[in-house]
Design a protein around this ligand. Sequence first.
Ligand code: IFM
Length: 435
Amino acid sequence: MATDQIPQFPAGFLWGVSTSAHQIEGAADEREPSVWDAFTAEPGRVKDGSTAAVACDHYHRHREDVALLAGLGVDAYRFSVSWPRVNSPGGLDFYDRLVDELCAAGIRPVPTLFHWDLPVALDWLERDTASRFAEYVSVVAERLGDRVHKWITLNEPAEHTLLGHALGVHAPGRRLLFDALPVAHHQLLAHGLAVRALRAAGVGDIGIANSHGPTWPASAEPADVAAADFYDLLLGRLFADPLLLGRYPDGIGELMPSADLESDLKVISEPLDWYGVNYYAPTRVGAPQGADGEFGGIPIPAELPFSVREIEGVPVTDFGWPVVPEGLTELLTGFRERYGDRLPPVVITENGCSYEGLDDQDRIAYLDGHIRALHRALEAGVDVRGYFVWSLLDNFEWAEGYARRFGMVHVDFATLRRTPKSSYAWFRDVLRAQR
Ligand code: IFM
């Protein structure tokens, strides 16, 4: 596939790759435990029985990984800061060194302050966790704020709520269904308090990384359309509306726990400098089918008011996720329509796919298609400022363990040897052609 065919993005467009602490760092015995350590210790929680105790051992091999980033030629590196590590002796020193190494290599550090690895003693069902998060954020900003000029508060609060607290397939493993909604509210409140803490620390360029994708009704039948609308509300608008419009979508605000909803929404809707979108695929949704279902590794219990259906006629990744690049254009133009001037510039904070193999032509085709789809969104007038591939390295893919490989660099988990895949060279050439 010829890289010179990818259209030119505007000067200053930010090209990067993303990772997260729990998925790559390892060195679990050199920090406090997180809810993910507790979860993976329970038999049967992770499909291959693995844990992230060592993962890619990035904690000890970060120099090698920064060299891989430099070889790729990215402008920026999105990683996450582990709250349990910051709570542990020497933990912040690690991020201090990492940031120094990135800056020395000319790569902009873009930390995410929460990517699901909550300290085990904390609980998002408790409102106080939001204040504790803001305190931790102040500590990180104080230490790194002189060199970090782009920040992400949370990663995918929707998935952390749904998978971790409603369905129980991620840590902390609760199956609360709709009683998990306070977890969404408390994370959003934590986000708003963190924005205030970051601004108070004098740092800027703040965003959030929310997952979004178009929701397609399974048919034009009213029951399917209503189910798809509800799914879109629950996984998308529930998280974007309060941030961008300062209100919850109709029908959901009443279910939120706060006696101070109005003042909480003011905190949650603190102006953002940019809005991060993690895009993987659209979802086709229909009315409930009266039986438990499963989609892309996620159980869909019969009692939910929707069912997830297969999108026919498109390729799927090794994870079974449909490959639909034009969904990204549709998503972004739809976002622009819905939020208008309330939508700040957008950055694609994650986009990628799981495939086996070193000669990963399927990944190249996926990324190529999505970068072109992103360019079409730009041409349609969406203000997009950056694109980050998920992920640099094969890593610990949560409840799937090491079975799903999202990296442009292969990791042999027995030896921890890194081997760049074909997609690594391809993305490097794409970036060169953009300079
Ligand atoms: O690996 C995850 C990441 O942690 C959050 N976004 C989706 C990725 C692929 O499942």
